[in-house]
Design a protein around this ligand. Sequence first.
Ligand SMILES: [Zn+2]
Length: 213
Amino acid sequence: MPFKNLISGYRSFHKNYFGGGKKLFRTLVRDGQAPETLIISCSDSRTDPAVLTGSSPGDIFVVRNVAAIVPPYKTDSNHHGTSAAIEFAVRTLKVKHIVVMGHSFCGGCRALAEKEALRGQYEFLSRWMEIGNPALEKVERELAGAPESVKRRALEQALVLVSLGNLLTFPWIKSAIEAQSVELHGWYFDLESGALLTHNPASGIFEEIKTSA
Ligand SMILES: [Zn+2]
């Protein structure tokens, strides 16, 4: 979409949410936000969680970064932007659900899979994707002889599970899960079919969510 279309899009947004007596933002300002769900998704322009879930302003708290990664809990002096957003969502907004949503054809996962070829090309991206090394090692170990497309999809899904595992390293998330006040979900969005898959911890696989209820 050309940049100028974003301005006409904004005009339409303003009309829909602020014009004609629409009260949504007035309520959201008066009462504050109270989203029930935190979604951690990729920055990829094709995987907007609000569009995908039909959410309105105020419905979901979203963190987007390269490859929808949750880093492990660390309280060192580095700037942990993703962890800060997770902290606010869990400790202040008290979300009840945390979703990590990966997707097919993820450029971040591609960078992880091709890290040897890309060595030295990026200042930040490669180091960020190192968080996904356990997913890469798992796929290389279990699917060594598989076609590249199969390995890539497995890597994208394994990375969602690494992020879910990293969420458990945050002590206040672990205790909230034990108290059953927070539930974790692993999602995977298939760009080609439009299917949204959810990880079934019992079967260990990502299963399609039915498109009709
Ligand atoms: Zn991505």
